[in-house]
Design a protein around this ligand. Sequence first.
Ligand SMILES: Nc1ncnc2c1ncn2[C@@H]1O[C@H](COP(=O)(O)OP(=O)(O)O)[C@@H](O)[C@H]1O
Ligand SMILES: C[C@@](O)(CCOP(=O)(O)O)CC(=O)O
Ligand SMILES: [Mg+2]
Length: 328
Amino acid sequence: MAVSSAPGKVYLFGEHAVVYGEPAVPCAIEVRARVGVEQRSDSKLRVHAEDLSLDGFTVEYGGPADGRPDIDASESLVSAAMGYVDEAIQQVRDVTGEDDVGFDVTIESDIPLGAGLGSSAAVVVAAIDAAARELDVTLEIDELAERAYRTEYEVQDGQASRADTFCSATGGAVRVEGDDCRSIDAPDLPIVIGFDGGAGDTGELVAGVRNLREEYEFAADTVEAIGDVVRQGEQALADGDVAEIGRLMDFNHGLLSALGVSSRSLDSMVWAARDADAYGAKLTGAGGGGCIVALDPTEETETALSFTPGCEEAFRAELAEEGVKRLE
Ligand SMILES: Nc1ncnc2c1ncn2[C@@H]1O[C@H](COP(=O)(O)OP(=O)(O)O)[C@@H](O)[C@H]1O
Ligand SMILES: C[C@@](O)(CCOP(=O)(O)O)CC(=O)O
Ligand SMILES: [Mg+2]
């Protein structure tokens, strides 16, 4: 049995625009997905996802050729559980050359699903790392990040950037522009997260931005403007200027909102943070619902969020210095 964990992330700057080649700066946070993998004597894949429903559930099947597994759970829950894990295991079969290997996979995650904190990337990174190690192959971090990216790319129909997966694999703050991925120094940031209890459909939201870009030149300009905010943000990060980072996060949120990926509850949480004198606040990830990220060293934003209708949970998040962790 091999067990790995990987962290979730927030975007300080640049989600969505990163899909079109602009830079983005995500930052790993200490909420993690843990994946345990044990080789089977047959070539089946059995997935037990603790957190996808109240009691968790188990899916066992022989692989994609078998079609839908025969279990009593909704189609969307099954594909939610299987989609990323199945492709992650394919990547491991590919990289190790062990085409017929089967696994029992157990997933436990503290990261809310589809909420912009990168649960998919964390599950994929931890699953690939653990499955490869179960076969006595320890992947270099770059190879792990690349395989995890390919997994998201396949499952999300070609609509994925390398940002989430690279950040989850390496930890810390990173800068991603196309296939150029690197770690960057970031000051110690007072990160507060607000969660509306909901989720957004990443594929649909990405497609919405793509359509806007094709229809309106000013929407394409908006995507480029996000790139400009990110470049300015990198300078503010290098200077350790938290007030300027916050102002640029506010600007970034406005541009994302113009692209139609915010929501009433995300906007309410952003405004609650601004009213509480946070340095800045923006939605994180694909949007539509889920989480915002704010910067505030005081208790004010967390308290304001906890009284904001539409906010289900507010918590402080620490930067995760370490990406993938090899636990067993
Ligand atoms: N605990 C989990 N167990 C199994 N699959 C998970 C788990 N957490 C996330 N996933 C997968 O990741 C998907 C959510 O990813 P996505 O829509 O990209 O949102 P985000 O990455 O922002 O959380 C889920 O639908 C599911 O397929
Ligand atoms: C919208 C996007 O830029 C980020 C999506 O992040 P998340 O899966 O919502 O955490 C898409 C991508 O970069 O693959
Ligand atoms: Mg994701």
